[in-house]
Each structure stands twice: as structure tokens, then as C-alpha cells.
Design a protein around this ligand. Structure first.
Ligand SMILES: C[S@@+](CC[C@H](N)C(=O)[O-])C[C@H]1O[C@@H](n2cnc3c(N)ncnc32)[C@H](O)[C@@H]1O
Length: 254
């Protein structure tokens, strides 16, 4: 889950400055996203060509393992290797039994992972500095018939239908939160044939959705240009009428 660039690098910040609470909160947010909106990633797997199941799967920017766990469950014969640059994420991933590779994707695709059948990059590609290099490396590393799947949040998660939240999300978008390009031309440039899919998922209210909302919504109080902090605080102080929705864009590249 990404809160845009101010948030995207919070893990780097944690690593550099020992901001353990912020890092722990970031990891909890990733897990809550999986708990509340995980079905959407399941739908992404359903988009994959149903030919031969992949045997070598690589999860780029694996975070706390949302994608890795899903892929291990859906492709039980596959080896799932989780790649991340954040040692704290790697620790979480190794604890879940994944093969882990510590790598900075700004330096390209890890050379030891040649021959992958499925490379998965969820909410991670927009963090990478040299995307053309990484995409060229991935294309070269894929086994014949291999697939690269890129997933991004197409919009910030919605928790309520309250207009104040709407305006807070608009202000956050304007402030560059969750900014990512349309990856289609980038993928084509790297030689891939690309299909893009846009997924919208509404889920019922739940305790996890409430925890996610109460962790997420206060972040908008600090968005530059958002001048309705008292109204947002009033929303948070009341009973949240949850109507959670996630929107993701998916690129399936071959
Ligand atoms: C927003 S999280 C997404 C995690 C996971 N893919 C998910 O869908 O929940 C982005 C992840 O990418 C990792 N990341 C960011 N920049 C990276 C880089 N240059 N090299 C390797 N990993 C990176 C972060 O450490 C973080 O775990």
C-alpha cells in the first residue's frame, strides 16, 4: 500500500533513522490492505494466462508478503522468491518461509533470478528509479512464455462515502500521493505485449476495515492544501459508516 512519495520512502527513513514505530505502522498498513482488499489481488491472479502454472515466481518489492503468500497459495508447486531492499521486510518474509533476496531494484533485476516464469510487482514499480533498466532486465530474465504482472493502486483506498474523505483524497492526490504513471508505454518500450485491466472492489464493513480506516484517514490531516482538518477529525470522532472500496490497475506483460 502506498501513500505516495512522502510515505513510500518511510521504510528507508526507518532504516536510516531507526524510526521503528513508523516502520511498524507501515507494515501493519500493508497487512490490513491484504486483509481488507486481498480478494482484489486474487482477482489479479485470475487474469493470468491459464496455461502452464509458473514454477519460478519472483515478487519484486514484496513488503510484508501479501503477494508472495497469495502466489504460494495459488501455485503450490512454485518456488516464490521475495525481493526487497528493506531488511525489516526481508525479516518478515524470511519468517514466512520465503526465499528472500536483498536487492535494490534501482540497480536492476537480481541476476541470480534468471528464468522466472512469473514476476509480480505490486505497488512497488513506482518506487524504482531506473524503470527502463529494470523492465529490460525482467524481460531478459523471463523464461519463454513468462509473464510480468505490475499492479498499482489506481486510487487511494476509500473507506467512507463522506464528502470530507473525498476531498481529503483529492487533496492527497494533488499532493502526489500514490503517483504512478500509466505503465503501458513503458512496458511496450521494453518490448512487452501488454494488457491493462482496471479493477474496482467494494467490500463489506469489518473490524479490519475499521482498523485500516482509523489508521489511514488521520494521515490526510497533514496533507498540504487540505484545509478541512476539523471536519475530518469530526468524521474520525464519530461512528465511521464504512463503505470500503479499492481500485487497482493491473498490467499483464508478456
Ligand atoms: C508499498 S510496498 C508494497 C509491498 C507489497 N508488494 C504489497 O503489495 O503489499 C513497496 C515495497 O517495495 C520495496 N521497495 C521500494 N523501493 C525498492 C527498491 N528500490 N528496491 C527493492 N525494494 C524496494 C519497499 O521496501 C516495500 O516493501
Amino acid at each position: 500500500m502506498s501513500r505516495g512519495h512522502s510515505h513510500d520512502h518511510s521504510h528507508d527513513h526507518e532504516a536510516q533513522h531507526g524510526d521503528v514505530d513508523e516502520g511498524a505502522a507501515h507494515r501493519r498498513t500493508l497487512d490490513l490492505d491484504a486483509e481488507v482488499f486481498g480478494a482484489q489481488l486474487g482477482a489479479v491472479v485470475d487474469l493470468l494466462p491459464s496455461t502452464v502454472p509458473p514454477r519460478r515466481v519472483v515478487d519484486l518489492g514484496a513488503g510484508t508478503g501479501t503477494g508472495s503468500r497469495l502466489l504460494r497459495e495459488r501455485f503450490p508447486v512454485a518456488t516464490v522468491t521475495a525481493v526487497d531492499s528493506d531488511p525489516r521486510m526481508l525479516h518478515v518474509l524470511a519468517d514466512q518461509g520465503f526465499a528472500v533476496v536483498a536487492a535494490d531494484l534501482d540497480e536492476g533485476f537480481p541476476a541470480q533470478l534468471q528464468g522466472a516464469d512469473l514476476v509480480w510487482a505490486a505497488s512497488s514499480l513506482h518506487h524504482v528509479g531506473d524503470v527502463p533498466q529494470l523492465l529490460a532486465d525482467v524481460r531478459a530474465a523471463l523464461a519463454p512464455g513468462g509473464v510480468l504482472v505490475v499492479v498499482e493502486l489506481e486510487d487511494l483506498p476509500r473507506f467512507t462515502a463522506d464528502p470530507v474523505e473525498d476531498r481529503a483524497r483529492a487533496a492527497a492526490r494533488a499532493a502526489g500521493w500514490n503517483h504512478h504513471p500509466d505503465w503501458t508505454p513503458h512496458l511496450r518500450q521494453a518490448g512487452f505485449a501488454v494488457e491493462r485491466h482496471d479493477l474496482v472492489l467494494d467490500v463489506p464493513p469489518s473490524a479490519a476495515a475499521e482498523e485500516f480506516a482509523r489508521a489511514w484517514l488521520p494521515r490526510y490531516l497533514a496533507v498540504p492544501g487540505f484545509d478541512e482538518a476539523p471536519a475530518l477529525q469530526a468524521l474520525l470522532d464519530g461512528d465511521l459508516r464504512l463503505e470500503p472500496r479499492a481500485q487497482r490497475a493491473v498490467w499483464v506483460a508478456r
